[in-house]
Design a binder for this molecule. Structure first.
Ligand SMILES: Nc1ncnc2c1ncn2[C@@H]1O[C@H](COP(=O)(O)OP(=O)(O)OP(=O)(O)O)[C@@H](O)[C@H]1O
Ligand SMILES: [Mg+2]
Length: 231
């Protein structure tokens, strides 16, 4: 395997949280390499640090020690504006509780990441294309008839499919998902997994956190977090 096959590499990640007088050490020198096109499930007990790790991998949080390299670049060494660009363009996030904006329509939620990364003029220049892409994504996920709904008018599975469409809007190199089926019944969760499997077959790299073994089995590789490292 050549070095170029690695999209994301974490080395020696340490993270602790200060709680009153004590430091709670969550990650203790964790190493992880993600290859392009992989579908990885991260499992581990509640409190083992799965969300903490995912946030660090997506540059939503920084480690106390250690480095994260994305396509070879050390994320702790890039400027603030580059980091914003990275978050907006290189990674897509899907969360357990969707985090959709109820004031916006489903369509607006989906194209928001594109709008957020542009100046007003930049947005005016690309908004037709962006809206078309958002509509395409919604149709692909069976939500073509829901574009003008508000998120609160959708079922849980529909909300999560909207959130996946939003995460894919800017064609991220890496899709990160934290318990994407955690709030759904098993049939609906299965539907979400099918979406992930199809995306992965088309080449999308995915790192998903779950504490459901059956869900994890569907990924190409399962890694277990225990005692602050990969077990
Ligand atoms: N902002 C914070 N401040 C203090 N402690 C925190 C903070 N965030 C997380 N922790 C602690 O770090 C540990 C790991 O939390 P994390 O959310 O990463 O676990 P998790 O594996 O995702 O758990 P779950 O499966 O319940 O979501 C927990 O003990 C938690 O209490
Ligand atoms: Mg968590």
């Amino acid at each position: 395997m050549s070095k170029n096959d690695i999209i994301l590499k974490a080395e020696g990640l340490c993270k602790s949280y200060r709680m009153g007088a004590a430091d709670v050490s969550v990650l203790k020198g964790l190493d992880l390499a993600v290859k392009k096109g992989e579908f990885i499930a991260i499992v581990g007990a509640s409190g083992s640090g799965k969300s903490t790790l995912l946030h660090i991998l997506g540059a939503l949080d920084r480690p106390d020690k250690g480095i994260v390299r994305f396509e070879g670049r050390d994320l702790s060494r890039i400027s603030y504006s580059e980091l914003n660009r990275f978050r907006n363009k290189m990674v897509g996030f899907v969360f357990q509780f969707y985090h959709l904006l109820d004031e916006l329509s489903v369509l607006e939620n989906v194209f928001l990441p594109t709008m957020a990364g542009k100046s007003i003029l930049g947005w005016l220049a690309c908004r037709r294309l962006a809206k078309n892409r958002a509509r395409e994504l919604l149709s692909r996920f069976g939500l073509g008839q829901r574009a003008n709904h508000k998120p609160f008018q959708l079922s849980g599975g529909e909300r999560q499919r909207t959130a996946i469409a939003r995460a894919l809007m800017n064609e991220p190199r890496l899709l990160l998902a934290d318990e994407p089926t955690g709030n759904l019944d098993s049939a609906t969760g299965n539907g979400i997994l099918e979406v992930f499997e199809e995306l992965n077959r088309a080449g999308q790299t995915i790192v998903m956190v779950t504490h459901d073994e059956r869900i994890a089995q569907r990924a190409g590789r399962i890694i277990t977090l225990a005692d602050g490292r990969i077990a």
